[in-house]
Ligand binder design. Structure first.
Ligand code: LLP
Length: 423
């Protein structure tokens, strides 16, 4: 299901022309498809239906309140990593008793907020954190539900900056510490061990890492139960792949096929924390060409979206498809190949750094000042990682639903840039 398609001469999001949106709301502009967001959530829910999972959408991927509300209406739960994300989830009207809370640096204030909101469980990353959670729970006179985050030392073969389940990463704990902490939980009346948590990295386009993790979870749960724990949750985190290029990511069912048998065997509830695979291809970034220039034997397309808007190419050398909104040349199947009628160009922004690019050496049709470009697969880790670097106001966000659309975040103004400095 692709809600962004070229009809006639131009790009549409569902039934709305993207150039019409750019004209009305300006650029840079983030455009989301409600149908795609819902479709991807439902695809995961349906693929895992046999074990009735709790799908905790990973808020960090895209935390826009309107998107959270839509997912909440779909029955999604949420994975949060900060008090701020928990606040957003609450504002979206979510039932916080199904929220999971991960992250290596939860503060006492965040732990207190989570306990007051009765979350499903903390994904605990260290002994020091466990001690802190127990202390805050004792202070509040409650029992804190926890899952211990295991670092299973599985190589998910993702970008070095987004792999999390390998020995040497800051996340989770090794199996020896995991087991030792499980014993501590058993002896602590303010803690209850609900399950085991793992998150291997992101994005993971193969199923083997999940199969290994699910098997590992089964082994651990079996051992814990033998020791007297009532643990009955397996949380395998997020990380499912996304089609940035074409069809490189397996469908949800392929992951489900290797995970479900182990969950059934373990007789556990399953929690998942997908973010990218739900929001990623529900969003695009629309920009406008300011100038083109040729220098040093290269063509540069300078447009008004920059690394402060979408930092992924600068930060991870990530690939995002880019194509004009009104191309005149049919969009290719392979955006990395040489394309007839096109010329390789660097698509760059106005920020004063050589790392400020959205694409390098990309075959694109001839574009001119004022033309619109679309950067695809920008729905996840786009706006959430944006900044005001170079004092650039963030762009607006628009949500399309069929033939209708509405603003879900207004464009920032120059005044917004200094509002917090008027002290
Ligand atoms: N659960 C945990 C504990 C995580 O750390 C993450 C992502 C997720 C779930 C969701 O993973 P997803 O399903 O979205 O792949 N900024 C990077 C991605 C960082 C991912 C951080 N953790 C990027 O733009 O690629």
């Amino acid at each position: 299901m692709d809600p962004f398609e070229y009809r006639g001469e131009q790009l549409y999001c569902e039934d709305v022309s993207v150039s019409q949106l750019a004209e009305e709301f300006g650029t840079p502009l983030w455009v989301y498809s409600q149908a795609k967001l819902v479709h991807e959530f439902q695809a995961i829910r349906d693929a895992f239906a046999a074990v009735d999972p709790v799908i905790c959408y990973s808020v960090k991927a895209n935390s826009n309140l309107s998107l959270l509300k839509i997912l909440n209406e779909q029955g999604s739960s949420f994975d949060v990593v900060s008090g701020g994300e928990l606040y957003r989830v609450r504002e979206a009207g979510a039932d916080t008793t199904r929220v999971v809370f991960a992250g290596v640096g939860k503060t006492d204030a965040e732990i207190r907020l989570a306990l007051e909101n009765n979350i499903l469980m903390f994904n605990v990353e260290s002994e020091a954190e466990l001690v802190a959670i127990s202390a805050v729970a004792a202070e509040l006179g409650v029992v804190a539900p926890v899952a211990l985050r295991l670092n299973p030392d599985i190589d998910a073969k993702t970008h070095a900056k987004t792999t999390t389940g390998k020995k040497g990463n800051k996340f989770g704990m090794d199996i020896e510490r995991h087991n030792a902490l499980a014993d501590k939980v058993l002896a602590d009346s303010h803690l209850e061990l609900r399950g085991i948590h793992m998150h291997l990295g992101s994005p993971i386009n193969t199923t083997e890492p999940y199969e290994k993790a699910a098997q590992k979870a089964f082994d651990v749960v079996t051992e814990l139960r033998a020791k007297g724990h009532k643990t009955n949750w397996v949380n395998l985190g997020g990380g499912f792949g996304l089609n940035y290029r074409g069809n490189e990511a397996p469908p949800a069912k392929t992951y489900a096929d290797v995970i479900i048998p182990w969950i059934q065997k373990a007789e556990c509830r399953l929690a998942l924390e997908p973010g990218r695979s739900i929001a990623g291809n529900a969003g695009i970034l629309v920009s406008q060409v300011i100038y083109t220039k040729r220098e040093g034997g290269k063509l540069f397309i300078i447009q008004d979206a920059a690394m402060n808007d979408l930092v992924r190419p600068a930060m991870y050398d990530s690939f995002h498809r880019i194509w004009p909104v009104r191309p005149g040349v049919a969009a290719p199947a392979d955006f990395e190949a040489e394309i007839a009628g096109c010329e390789p160009a660097d698509v760059v922004g106005p920020v004063c750094e050589s790392g400020d690019y959205l694409a390098k050496n990309r075959w694109l049709p001839e574009v001119h000042r004022g033309d619109l470009l679309c950067t695809f697969s920008a729905g996840a880790y786009g706006t959430v990682m944006s900044s005001n670097y170079n004092s650039r106001p963030r762009g607006a966000e628009v949500l399309v639903n069929g033939g209708e659309y509405r603003i879900i975040r207004r464009r920032e103004t120059y005044d917004d840039l200094i509002a917090h400095e008027r002290v």
